[in-house]
Design a protein. Structure first.
Length: 354
DNA sequence: AAAAACGGCAACCGCGCAGAG
DNA sequence: ACTCTGCGCGGTTGCCGTTTT
């Protein structure tokens, strides 16, 4: 018996998401939590495939997503992890705070591959080789195949899970162990993912209104997005562009936009948000995202993340000046890198310097 | 100024995995 | 043990903006 389609092909809307759809989706997830995607189109009335809903959420609306320019540290980490793990973007994303696998994949395909190709000239012997997407492992370990990469990742995961289990800090949930909860949230999040609605509850230890906080960042995304959208009503009317593209558009100010933004701030409880400098570039957006979140909020978001936010003080506490001690994971990474004659330094917000 | 080429990114597609029954 | 179902992942496509000719 053939596999049934995930959704009816007829009557299912495709293409860019509109702000209205985003609001509906975020509102629904705010109420019910992520998961049970099959039920989302039915319950929300969205003419979208369940997969489309999930993708929209995970790649764009999900809390704590950082968009825009990749830092040099992120770039180098992606390069190293791609070398280590191959095109396992989800695994790579789990090491990068606030980045989605899709984002990393796109960045690799559009930027890093070309960059590395240039560096791979015969004279650039110091640079390790990076395999083409989908062609297997790099030549730095030519004998390693797909299965071995997978095994290696599994070992990584097991190590992490073990460390988490053994970590005494893991039993507490206070500001002092914020770091460890950041670094070792992977297994926890994956384990708890079977019960999406419980995620916020688990986070409620630190915050009194978990559901609001869990999705506040999404609301920020939406409000931000709407801000741009309302500032460019012509674009919206044509409905040619995706929300993200609309988000990038910066036009002259519009009273309606302010009203709409205020309305959605009110809707999502974002009274204190400052829109004065957002929506111009994606970098600004990411900065905005950072600044608008308290350390506690970030911590809460991490609990809710599908992908763990393992590395990055900005994600963990937002204090760029704070020097973090090495975690086991970092040490392992160092070992890995050390074996490949690369240098890694992890400190402060510039957590990884290769 | 217009057309073509290029680049970036969001979204889609299809496969595989894992849990439930 | 097997089937069904939902979800996650990686590869690919298509649209739109930007740059070049």
């Amino acid at each position: 018996m053939g596999r049934p389609p995930c959704c009816d092909k007829e009557g299912v809307k495709k293409g860019p998401w509109t702000p209205e759809e985003d609001i509906i989706l975020v509102s629904y997830i705010q109420e019910h939590g992520p998961g049970n995607w099959r039920a989302v189109p039915t319950n929300t009335g969205l003419s979208r495939c369940s997969k489309s809903c999930r993708l929209r959420w995970t790649n764009y609306l999900r809390p704590g997503i950082k968009r825009g320019n990749f830092t040099e540290q992120e770039e180098k980490m992606i390069i190293h992890l791609q070398d280590l793990l191959g095109n396992r973007w989800a695994a790579i994303a789990s090491y990068l705070p606030q980045r989605t696998d899709n984002d990393i994949k796109n960045y690799w395909n559009t930027h890093l591959k070309k960059k590395l190709k240039k560096l791979q000239t015969p004279s650039s012997s110091g640079v390790c080789n990076f395999g083409e997407a989908g062609t297997g492992y790099s030549t730095s370990s030519p004998v390693r195949g797909q299965w071995e990469r997978r095994l290696q990742t599994d070992i990584h995961m097991a190590k992490r899970a073990l460390s988490e289990a053994l970590s005494p800090e893991n039993n507490n949930n206070n500001n002092n162990n914020k770091l460890s909860s950041c670094f070792f949230s992977s297994s926890t999040s994956s384990i708890s993912s079977s019960n999406p609605s419980s995620k916020c509850e688990s986070s409620s230890i630190t915050k009194p209104t978990p559901s609001t906080l869990c999705y506040a960042s999404s609301a920020e995304n939406i409000a931000r997005l709407l801000k741009g959208w309302m500032k460019n009503p012509a674009t919206n009317n044509n409905n040619k562009k995706s929300c993200s593209r609309t988000q990038k558009t910066e036009n002259s100010s519009n009273d309606n936009s302010v009203e709409m933004s205020e309305a959605f701030e009110s809707l999502f409880g974002l009274e204190s948000l400052d829109y004065s400098s957002n929506a111009t570039t994606t970098t600004t957006n990411s900065e905005f995202s950072h600044q608008s979140l308290s350390p506690e909020d970030n911590n809460v978001f991490q609990e809710d993340e599908r992908k763990p936010e393992i590395i990055g003080a900005a994600a963990c506490g937002g204090d760029d000046d704070e020097i973090m001690p090495f975690s086991l994971l970092e040490k392992w990474l160092l070992e890995e890198v050390g074996s490949q004659d690369q240098k890694v330094v992890i400190s402060g917000d510039a957590k990884l310097i290769f």
